[in-house]
Design a protein around this ligand. Sequence first.
Ligand SMILES: [Zn+2]
Length: 410
Amino acid sequence: MSLSETRPDDWAYLSEGGATIVFSYAGAPNPAFDGKVLRVRKRPINVDDAEEHAEDEDPSVVFHQCVIERIVPSEYLVRPEPLVPPPTEWLQDLAGAADVSRPAERRYKDTVDVKTPRLALATDLVGGEGVAVEIKPKWGFLPSPEYLSDETRPVKTRTCRFCMHTHMRAKDGEAVSEEYCPLDLYSGDKTRMRMALDALWQAWSRSHGTVNNLRVFVKGQKLQPDAVSPVSPSGVDILTQLQPQLIADVLNPNADPKNALISALSSALLQSRVLEELSSLQRRLDALDVEGLQAICDLSSPGPEPTISDWTAWLVEHAGERDPTTPRHHALSYLLSATFKDCSIIVRIPPPSSTSTATVTIIDLDVKSIDRLHKWAKLDRKIVEAYMEVPEAERRVCVDARRSTSLESV
Ligand SMILES: [Zn+2]
């Protein structure tokens, strides 16, 4: 299996995160690549070459295999398969073609890494015959009151982190999902989940797709709310204008597409345990809250970036000790919690004619830099202080349905 069997323009730009660009295979039928995506590492445009050191293996693939696959059930994951890099010219052509589709703010910052390329192949979760929805669910728990200060405890145990952050961002004029509370989505309660999904849809539609908590794909094609007719902002036309026959094929033709999508999504999410797993991981790994972590670690000098052997040692402690005491262990736990707070899930809904069932998969599980701990502590403080200015009666009450069960199992 060699990428050189394909042409750079066989790979269509799909999406990108902080570290990689993802392309989906759109070339002639090829059993090695059909239904696959190619993940290609990026490099900052102004990187200092002297700081670089070439690793033998792709660090994000190694982190996935050595850490993520050890703590997340395999049925919720897509396993990346590392690929031998193609010739430099091939990658340069791929980078050039991708730039046309990439958001400008990304294009100015980074590009395909052609110097020390790292590529991996994975299952294409948004292609195929059905509907695929990417959701960034964010923080799914309220912190334990134990490690919070007297000042922040009444605020942070009542309103969830996402809702407080949303309040601050809205005040700063950003497009945000103001009605969405992650604790509704994570609740396991159908009515609350539908409310959360409705809020995500509204924000997606209202923001012309710029709110990044929701993306919708039909038969691999990303839907843009901008396609909506100005006379009918209900969302119906988003779908019907773009691919009317596809919606009739894929969802219930008798229902409003938004409602049909929310019904299918909530059923798939209720049947899967992915959200429960994610919320539980976030809560267990962030057991101290950043305030408690700050009390035992100097976050302005958190030590070197963890190596794979640091993570392996962490896993041993994580599995064997209920309450490990080294500050470094807690710092790594918090770092990993941040990965799960920022990841996305992809819900694939097959057409009714298909014999396959809906699946929910967790993606974007890259490790975060340990240097960000300090920034997160400062941001946390800023968010809470901004929220303290909201009169108490107007503060949102977020209900953490999973809190008691989780505390029992700790
Ligand atoms: Zn909330």
